[in-house]
Design a protein around this ligand. Structure first.
Ligand code: ASP
Length: 339
């Protein structure tokens, strides 16, 4: 008998009509009851909170991290499933992944259609996530959604409404596939060494986006608002303007940790251009975030600051380092083997 802990946090998978719109309101037991449970599995439900994930805060995410660790403290638990709204799932999953130091998996899932929808995707995603949680080892934190398994790192929400909601645009081949009672893991993803538990107060970390006409007014406002970290969403491979370069330099001198990502969906950041490009932003003290996009780049900045050594650019560089090209690995687990 496999033992899985299901941590319920809300999202569309737990959402019902409220008269004017949908909102999360069903507890984990109700969400679980909407799905079939794979044979040979016992599921314990932990109702952590019940929110739509656009309301997620760092406080919620650190509570989720603690809840995951509490469940994994029981050696009889084989794996964890987290149900989560899809809007910020990539942020929470990546945060848990940065600290995850256990061979047992943490598998995030959710739905694009609400609880009880006749054509809903929640029950299938739940079944798949439970099966992955009972089957795999040493893959870190995963996202099981629409018949695919993704590594937390690099995965983003790529569709607002379609069932095929997640992917890594820089690495389009998913980690694995699900279907007909099988979990086929095709490769592993590189992860940095797990962080020690977070310390200190939650810092303010803001995201500011560059665009035609942009000046650093909002970037400077973030510094004035007390941001200890800022993610600049640059254009192209990490480019902005000379005025942004000056603003980044001034912020770094004040002890702010500055990361640069891009608004382009796929590909790495690169030091190519001067004149306010990534060459100058790096010279001003910013860190390029590899292939991480804004939400996860912000989580990397947050986790760096929560490591307790301030604006540690070396640590941030380690957390954002682009994973090595996928290593081939083929593991196939059928439902019976999982049981
Ligand atoms: N707005 C919802 C949320 O993130 C979307 C979803 O769960 O799919 O909670």
């Amino acid at each position: 008998m496999k033992r899985i802990s299901l941590i319920s946090t809300g999202g569309t998978i737990a959402s019902r009509w409220q008269g004017t719109g949908y909102a999360a309101d069903a507890g984990g037991d109700t969400v679980l009851a909407s799905a079939a449970v794979p044979d040979g599995m016992e599921v314990k439900v932990v109702d952590l909170f019940n929110i739509n994930s656009s309301q997620m805060t760092s406080e919620h995410q650190l509570a989720l991290l603690r809840a995951v660790r509490e469940e994994l403290a029981d050696p009889g638990v084989d794996g964890i499933v987290v149900t989560h709204g899809t809007d910020t799932l990539e942020e929470s999953a990546f945060l848990v992944d940065l600290y995850h130091d256990d061979p047992r998996p943490v598998v995030f899932t959710g739905a694009q259609k609400p609880l009880g929808a006749t054509d809903g995707d929640g029950p299938g995603n739940m079944y798949d996530a439970l099966q992955v949680a009972a089957s795999v080892r040493d893959l870190g934190v995963l996202v099981a959604f629409d018949g695919k398994v993704h590594a937390a790192r690099g995965t983003v929400k790529t569709q607002t409404l379609a069932a095929n909601a997640f992917g890594n645009p820089s690495q389009p081949e998913a980690l694995g596939r699900l279907g007909f009672g099988r979990v086929d893991i095709r490769r592993t993803a590189e992860r940095p060494a797990p962080l020690p538990p977070p310390v200190g107060r939650i810092p303010r970390v803001d995201i500011v986006m560059h665009h035609s006409d942009a000046d650093p007014t909002l970037f400077d406002a973030a510094v004035e608002a007390g941001a200890q970290g800022i993610v600049l969403v640059a254009t192209g491979a990490g480019n902005a303007t000379p005025a942004f370069t000056d603003a980044v330099r001034a912020a770094v001198r004040r002890g702010v940790l500055v990361a640069v990502t891009t608004r382009v969906p796929a590909g790495p950041l690169a030091e190519i251009y001067t004149g306010g490009g990534a060459v100058d932003l790096v010279a001003a003290g910013a860190v390029l975030t590899g292939t991480l996009r804004a939400g996860q780049a912000r989580i990397a900045v947050l986790a760096t600051l929560l490591a307790g050594s301030g604006a540690d650019t070396g640590l941030l560089r380690r957390l954002v380092a682009a994973p090595e090209q996928a290593t081939e690995k083929t593991t196939s687990t059928d439902e019976k083997a999982a049981a």
